[in-house]
Design a protein around this ligand. Structure first.
Ligand code: FES
Length: 127
């Protein structure tokens, strides 16, 4: 490889390394809100669950670079299973009903890396 080719590829490699692993995990909550009469996650307590998750992650000392980021998202296209949240990098999809479910996701998955099997969304449930 020529010096010119090295120079052309070097910035990309540096950028990839700098971005790799900035957060250990992300959890995205669908906070999509549709018109009255149309189903969406917001009608099923998604905002309260998002707020609870953010507070619990912070209280557990999990928030920040190298740790966990709690993000809002638009429709994640799994509305039939709503309300929904997804954890990356594992790509694990959850539904939830109450604060206890959110607390278990935080403690088990976000803190200890153990999937909460009882809250998993069946693969066949999509939109
Ligand atoms: S409205 Fe939440 S997944 Fe579509």
């Amino acid at each position: 490889m020529s010096e010119l080719q090295n120079a052309a590829t070097a910035p990309r490699l540096v950028r990839q390394e700098a971005n790799h692993g900035f957060y250990e995990r992300h959890i995205f909550f669908c906070l999509n809100e549709r018109k009255p009469g149309e189903a969406c996650c917001t009608q099923h307590g998604a905002q309260a669950a998002f707020d609870r998750c953010k507070a619990q992650v912070k209280a557990a000392g999990l928030a920040g670079s190298g740790k966990v980021r709690v993000n809002r998202a638009g429709c994640l296209d799994r509305c039939a299973a709503g309300p929904v949240a997804v954890v990356y990098p594992e790509g694990v999809w959850y539904t939830y009903l109450d604060d206890a479910d959110i607390d278990e996701i935080v403690e088990s998955h976000l803190k200890n890396g153990v999937v909460v099997e009882r809250l998993l969304i069946p693969a066949e449930l999509a939109r």
